[in-house]
Design a protein around this ligand. Structure first.
Ligand SMILES: [Fe+2]
Length: 245
């Protein structure tokens, strides 16, 4: 499987704390059947918009190179691809336009787009349009955990109709985030609002890099072919910078 959303790089955000934890996460992912992982630190280390805490392209690429080296030395068969968890906002958009923010695999074709936790700014559609005008498809991350979208799923449908893709967190489907998140996740999957599944792993315990149990649930809901596409075919095309459909 391919995991396109994981906070596996150490010390750059609220994900892995050190190299030991990164390697522990990598081992868990491999054991669970993940062969490729996109390392996607938050664009800003402390999550708040602060240029002094920017995880710019060079910082992420350096960490990815180091992690690849360590995985090779430890004989852990996990391929790491660079990426970034990009917060929706004009400030971050400016950084992307200036070439300082990393798209998935630095291909300028796909970007993980994280909505603010408790709001859905009116500028959301304009920002998505701006990205698309540059040839970048926004991937909305875990909308099933977003309070406003939970209340008003049509707002998500509008973004999908406008050309955005949707990534669900695997463990939302397993009940890890509670029954209401599980229920709305099942609903989104059945409505065809979900294009891919990822771990959004942050550490080995609280937010582990696991997908297989969620894929079992996904298979039950949409059948094996579609479930496999969401963890192999579609993320594979995203990494390659190719059209998904
Ligand atoms: Fe994330």
């Amino acid at each position: 499987m391919i995991d396109i959303h994981a906070h596996i790089l150490p010390g750059v955000d609220d994900g892995a704390k050190n190299w030991e934890q990164s390697l522990q996460m990598a081992r868990m992912a491999v054991e669970d059947g993940i062969t490729v992982m996109v390392a996607t630190p938050h664009l800003f280390k402390g999550r708040a918009i602060d240029l002094g805490q920017l995880n710019d392209k060079e910082i992420i690429l350096q960490h990815v190179a180091q992690l690849r080296h360590k995985l090779y030395a430890e004989k852990i068969p996990l391929e790491i691809i660079p990426g970034c968890d990009f917060p929706l906002g004009f400030e971050s958009l400016k950084l992307l336009d200036d070439g300082r923010a990393l798209t998935i695999n630095d291909a300028n074709r796909y970007l993980l787009l994280e909505l603010p936790d408790t709001s859905l700014p009116p500028a959301t559609e304009a920002i998505c349009f701006h990205l698309q005008s540059k040839g970048i498809t926004p991937i909305i991350t875990h909308p099933e955990r977003h309070l406003i979208i939970q209340e008003m799923p049509y707002k998500l449908k509008r973004l999908i109709d406008a050309g955005c893709l949707v990534q669900m967190t695997g463990n939302s489907l397993t009940g890890w985030f509670g029954r209401s998140v599980k229920k709305i996740s099942q609903q989104f999957v059945k409505q065809g609002y979900v294009h891919l599944l990822a771990t959004d792993a942050h550490d080995p315990k609280r937010r582990p890099p696991l997908l297989s149990q969620a894929v079992t649930e996904l298979t039950r809901l949409v059948g094996e072919k579609r479930a496999q596409a969401m963890v192999k075919g579609i993320p594979g095309k995203i990494i390659a910078g190719e059209p998904c459909f």
